[in-house]
Design a protein around this ligand. Structure first.
Ligand SMILES: [Zn+2]
Length: 244
């Protein structure tokens, strides 16, 4: 009896700890019991989402999956997609009003939260790329080893909102040009290692941070090909150490 009591107590403490570490986890986990409807396995939409929006979402998810498969050669991420029709709902789930999409990764599951602006293939492919990297490396290694600039720079390779060209050299040149419009000097990558560094210093800083990150990743791809990026990721997976 005593043993049972301790087991229950331990489970209770672990659940509390988990909810404290990942505040959005419980909300996302129980999305079906909120005002959401499952329209496909792993895809949820807020109630009163029009049929047209539901169809667009399904179409964009399919195209984003194809983009992931073509870049990563396969898609292994299983993030659930949550489409929020209202911005207040988005804020509730993503804990931010910023952006069009937001990824939540925990050791027990991943979710991609989208708002109305997230109804496009670029945003979905971008968020899926974050999930793909975390799926490949696992939650702990991603959090511990992957600098935010690499995670974001890589996601931008599948997100054509800012630079749309598919040619690797042209993509690098275009990112360099875009960055030069924003700032005469790029930010040192050392200053973009954490989410706080990247997102916590104002809108313009974050924008420069995105372009700086995309420039670095696209530079490497233009010089040595996509395989070089995967060798960095595979090495991180094997040795537990990120080196770019
Ligand atoms: Zn991102």
């Amino acid at each position: 009896m005593k043993f049972l009591k301790y087991t229950f107590f331990t489970i209770f403490v672990l659940v509390l700890l988990f909810a404290w570490l990942f505040p959005q986890f419980l909300r996302c986990f129980f999305v079906e019991y909120d005002s959401f409807q499952k329209i496909k396995p792993n895809i949820f939409v807020e109630e009163k989402t029009s049929k047209m929006q539901q169809d667009s979402l399904l179409k964009y998810v399919e195209s984003a999956e194809k983009r992931i498969e073509s870049f990563w050669r396969s898609k292994n991420g299983q993030a659930k997609i949550i489409f929020c029709k209202n911005s207040t709902t988005y804020q509730k789930y993503a804990k931010t009003t910023e952006g069009a999409g937001f990824s939540i990764g925990t050791p027990l599951g991943s979710w991609i939260i989208l708002n109305q602006d997230g109804l496009n293939v670029d945003v979905i492919a971008h968020e899926m790329c974050h999930d793909e990297l975390m799926t490949k490396l696992g939650w702990w290694k991603t959090k511990k080893e992957i600098p935010t600039w690499f995670d974001e720079g890589l996601a931008l390779m599948l997100d054509y909102r800012f630079v749309s060209t598919q040619d690797s050299i042209q993509r690098f040149i275009d990112y360099r040009t875009e960055l030069s419009y924003l700032s005469p000097v790029s930010i040192s990558l050392k200053k973009l290692n954490t989410q706080k560094d990247f997102f916590g210093q104002g809108e313009l800083f974050t924008k420069i941070a995105y372009f700086t990150s995309a420039l670095e990743v696209s530079r490497r791809i233009s010089l040595k090909g996509k395989k070089e990026i995967f060798s960095v990721i595979n090495k991180t997976e094997k040795d537990g150490k990120f080196e770019f």
